[in-house]
Structure formats: structure tokens, C-alpha cells
Design a protein around this ligand. Structure first.
Ligand SMILES: *Cc1c(COP(=O)(O)O)cnc(C)c1O
Length: 344
């Protein structure tokens, strides 16, 4: 037998949300993508960089300096505290690689982003899962969490709830290792943890350009944290982790905050309209701070509703006994609502 590591041979692969082939007429509300295109500045920047293709034979700038400087200015931190990545998945992966030896422990909330566990499994890292209590706090967390990393998704996916900054600060204080606040959806939320960075020396925030910036197809994420953490991430990343087109896309996207706000406002307005309409259909809808809602149908038979939507070429995600429905365009959500009324 080939000497593939035991835990790789036996581990279950992460199953991403179904990506139907381009061109098929699905309404895709299963992976929290943005219904809008990215900023026109992004498209222009990619076109300019691509030109006639003659830059593509040269490697990109290894540290992605322009994007880092732009992100640092946007978040009001020194550039030494920011790193860009090939999706925030790369940030999560490299944090685990930087902090955890085989047998070490990470913590995460159940339910949250299950890919933390897959990436930990690959490194033979133990995973402690904690549920949320009725107040939205982490149940059963020891007074001191001795693991190397605790991953807190805020806003939580799939539930859409956020954690207050007071609570996040308390959690960071209770962690022996680092607290990573995965803010993939923070642009859709009222609050974020950026202002805690200066007071918590073990806090790292990760962001993605996949959701709010409508760039899931480019693979761009970033982390903001203590200089020592950023330096470690810089050592272990692929040296050319972000290609030329993605680098100019990142800079242009982060600079066009007006466009970001415009899209986010539309999505949040649609989220509120859709949530109210579903409650009128007797759905249980958790108030969401993300670009998705977590719902339970009146008969609580989520698999049935999932199947009925699937038959109508509407894709949502079935997670922990409920449905996570991404907020698409207003017209997509009107079609989804009409289907849910019909399904009953
Ligand atoms: C989408 C998502 C990610 C991954 O973001 P990428 O930048 O596309 O890799 C990470 N964390 C959470 C909670 C997400 O929902």
C-alpha cells in the first residue's frame, strides 16, 4: 500500500455546497455567494492587468503588497498586521499549521464552519466542539480553554447570530492560545471585532472577499492580527499564493467601499423583507446578521422542503435540521418565496 498518512486515508472529505455547471438555470442560494457582480473597478483592474496576456509569464508580487497596504488603510492598522490569502480558507489552514502540532487541540462552535474541523483533521489536530446555550453563549467552555486556537464564527454561520464585543473580549481572555474571529459575514452585520484588536494580544480576525465583495470566484481572504502571527503566516504560505489577477482585484475591491455599501444595503433590505415574509408563513426564522437566513419550516420537515425546492431548481443548504438560505437578488428571493408558499 502507498504510505498515505493514516488520518488522510480514513478522514471524510469536506463536501462543499453543490456547484451546478455554469449555464444551468438554478437559483443558487446554497453557498452564500453575492447575487451581484463585483465592483466595476474590479473588472476594469483585471482587464488592465491581463492586457494582452504578456504579464502572465511573470510571477506575481510575493507579499501582495498593494492589497496589504489597501487593507491596512481600510482597517486602520499597520501593514505589518495584515496578510492577504488565497481565500480565508488559506488563513484558517495556515493558522492551524502555524500553531498546532499533531495531537494539539482546537475549539469551535457547533454549528459553525465545519471546514475548521477538516483542516484540523489533516494536521492530526484534536477538535473540541461546543454548543451554544439559549443566550447564544458557548456552553460548557472551561474557565480557561487550553487549546491552541479557538475559532469563533461571528456572525455565526449557519445561524446568523453575532457575539458581542464584550463577550469576544472575555473569550479571548479565557484562551491560552489565540482566538480567531472568523468575520466572513461581518460586512452584513451591525458590529465587528476590529476595535478589540488593540486591546487583545491574542486576537486574530479573518475576512473574506467571497461574500460581501462578490469575489468567491477569485479566492481572496485576509487576516488582521498581532505582528508575530502575521509573520508566522507569511513564513508558511505559498510564496506566490495570490495570482496577479487576484491581487489587482483585491486592491480595487477594497478601495471601492461605496460599491460594497450599496450591495450590502440591498442584500440586508432583502434579508429583512424575506425574513418577515417567511414568518408570515409560520416559518421560524432566526434574526440574521449575515447574507443568509437559518429557518425551520412550519412542519419542521426541512428535508422535505429541501427536496421540493431542489425539484424547482432552487438550491439551499440543509444543515443541523434546518435550512440555510442565502440572500440572493430580490427577484430570486421572490421566486423562492413563491415556491415555499406552493410547497406549504
Ligand atoms: C465562506 C466562508 C469562509 C471561506 O471564505 P473563502 O474566502 O471563500 O475561503 C470562511 N469562513 C466562513 C464562516 C465562511 O462562511
Amino acid at each position: 500500500m502507498l504510505p498515505i498518512r493514516e488520518n488522510i486515508r480514513t478522514m471524510a472529505a469536506y463536501v462543499p455546497g453543490f456547484q451546478p455547471p455554469d449555464g444551468e438555470e438554478w437559483i443558487k442560494l446554497n453557498t452564500n455567494e453575492n447575487p451581484f457582480p463585483p465592483s466595476p473597478d474590479v473588472v476594469a483592474a483585471i482587464r488592465a492587468e491581463l492586457g494582452d496576456g504578456t504579464t502572465l509569464n511573470k510571477y506575481p508580487d510575493p507579499p501582495s503588497s498593494a492589497g496589504r497596504l489597501t487593507a491596512a488603510a481600510l482597517y486602520g492598522v499597520d501593514p505589518s498586521r495584515v496578510i492577504l490569502a488565497n481565500g480565508s480558507d488559506e488563513i484558517i489552514n495556515n493558522l492551524i499549521r502555524a500553531f498546532c502540532d499533531a495531537g494539539d487541540e482546537i475549539g469551535m462552535v457547533q454549528p459553525s464552519y465545519s471546514y475548521y474541523a477538516t483542516l484540523a483533521d489533516i494536521q492530526s489536530v484534536r477538535i473540541s466542539r461546543f454548543e451554544l446555550d439559549n443566550e447564544g453563549k458557548i456552553a460548557g467552555l472551561p474557565e480557561r480553554f487550553g487549546g491552541k486556537i479557538f475559532f469563533l464564527t461571528s456572525p455565526n454561520a449557519p445561524l446568523g447570530i453575532t457575539f458581542t464585543n464584550d463577550y469576544i473580549a472575555e473569550l479571548a481572555d479565557r484562551c491560552d492560545g489565540i482566538l480567531v474571529v472568523d468575520e466572513a459575514y461581518a460586512d452584513f452585520a451591525e458590529e465587528n471585532a476590529l476595535k478589540l484588536l488593540d486591546q487583545q494580544s491574542n486576537l486574530v480576525i479573518s475576512r473574506t472577499l467571497s461574500k460581501s465583495y462578490a469575489l468567491a470566484g477569485m479566492r481572496l481572504g485576509l487576516a488582521i492580527g498581532p505582528v508575530a502571527v502575521i509573520e508566522a503566516l507569511d513564513k508558511i504560505r505559498d510564496h506566490y499564493n495570490i495570482d496577479r489577477l487576484a491581487q489587482v482585484a483585491a486592491t480595487a475591491a477594497l478601495k471601492d467601499q461605496d460599491y460594497l455599501r450599496h450591495c450590502v444595503e440591498k442584500i440586508c433590505a432583502t434579508r429583512e423583507w424575506f425574513s418577515t415574509a417567511l414568518r408570515e408563513l409560520n416559518y421560524l426564522v432566526i434574526p440574521s446578521q449575515g447574507n443568509f437566513v437559518f429557518v425551520l419550516p412550519p412542519d419542521r420537515d426541512s428535508p422535505r422542503v429541501y427536496d421540493e425546492l431542489f425539484k424547482r431548481k432552487i438550491l439551499v443548504r440543509f444543515i443541523v435540521d434546518g435550512l440555510r438560505i442565502s440572500i440572493g437578488s430580490r427577484s430570486e428571493m421572490e421566486i423562492c418565496l413563491a415556491a415555499l408558499k406552493e410547497i406549504g
